[in-house]
Design a protein around this ligand. Structure first.
Ligand SMILES: [Zn+2]
Length: 320
């Protein structure tokens, strides 16, 4: 099998051979599935209306929401079994909002709040993987006196990371039009946008139900262009992509081998990236194999789009 290093294109161009792209030339897409932007929905404080109203509407539309819960606070314990059941749904991603939402004045106090929330959540995830990354939303309106560097150290200890700073109705967006504009802005910028809720159609800091439904319907309308994400997956994708490199190990007329590496810890950062690789002319279907997992994807204009995980496992592309 002939070796084709990544620079082969330059040599071929010098030799006067023209081709659209070299076999194996690989692009890591900005967002999953080639979407133009990302959107995160967050729901704070384990409000009863999340179970009663917000989640059923997400489920109807197949949109994921991030639920920043307090397993040790009033509203959660009486409905713990319902939260556990809800967490089995692909539209519910549970995240850490501390155990009791009382705030923290010392590092040991915060350590305990984070640990107890994680411990409570551990049983709720359908996938038993542990440790795992969980997004952290700082509770608002309560004492918070731990220095930022100590907060960061404790988050790292518990495999937590900061979510984007709270931004949501009725505080920041004062009308449904302002909520919808947040979605449109994310798409216009090609970046991550988010709306953060408390009560939905009831409870506290309420977002009216008609606003909420209009937001969800706008997301559905834009779903082809917008990745509506679990905050953990967004964080993994972004972190992996920032240091990811795809290299051709070998390429020939009937097969391509690639490596995909990144600097993030593969034990925690194991979310697949979306890649596009140029394949030899005449390929119509491509078989993709990595770590024993085999998928097939169509070839469009000499390029195949597929998912692969950064790490030690070689990616094998074959004509199908
Ligand atoms: Zn809160």
């Amino acid at each position: 099998m002939k070796l084709f290093p990544v620079v082969a294109g330059i040599a071929l161009a010098v030799a006067g051979i023209t081709r659209a792209a070299d076999s194996g030339e690989t692009r890591i897409l900005k967002w999953k599935d080639g979407k133009e932007a990302v959107f995160l929905l967050a729901f704070d404080d384990s409000c009863p209306t999340h179970l009663d109203k917000a989640i059923p509407e997400l489920a109807k539309r197949g949109l994921v929401g991030n639920f920043y819960v307090n397993p040790g606070k009033g509203a959660f314990p009486p409905r713990s079994a319902e939260w556990k059941k809800a967490a089995r749904s692909p539209v519910v991603a549970l995240q850490n909002h501390t155990f009791t939402h009382k705030g923290a004045t010392t590092a040991p106090e915060l350590d305990e709040e984070l640990a107890r929330c994680n411990d409570a959540l551990k049983d709720f995830f359908p996938d038993p993987k542990w440790p795992r990354l969980i997004a952290f939303g700082k509770p608002g309106g309560v004492p918070w006196e731990v220095p930022a560097d100590q907060v960061d150290q404790l988050l790292a200890k518990h495999h937590l990371f900061h979510r984007p700073m709270f931004h949501g109705p009725p505080f920041h967006q004062k009308s449904v039009a302002e909520c919808l504009a947040t979605i449109d802005q994310a798409l216009a910028d090609g970046t991550m946008g988010h709306i953060d809720f408390h009560g939905v159609g009831g409870d506290w800091h309420v977002t009216p139900m008609d606003w909420y439904l209009a937001i969800l319907d706008r997301l559905v309308e834009k779903k082809d262009r917008l990745w509506i994400a679990d905050n953990v997956h967004y964080h993994q994708y972004l972190t992996e992509r920032e240091s990811a490199a795809a290299k051709v190990i070998k390429a020939s007329g009937d097969g391509i081998q690639l490596s995909l590496t990144c600097q993030a810890d593969p034990a925690l950062y194991d979310f697949p990236l979306t890649l596009e690789t140029s394949v030899p002319g005449g390929w119509e279907q491509c078989q993709i194999e990595q770590g024993g997992k085999v998928t097939t994807a169509p070839v469009t204009n000499g390029v195949v789009r597929y998912e692969a995980r950064p790490g030690p496992e070689t990616i094998h592309l074959k004509r199908k």
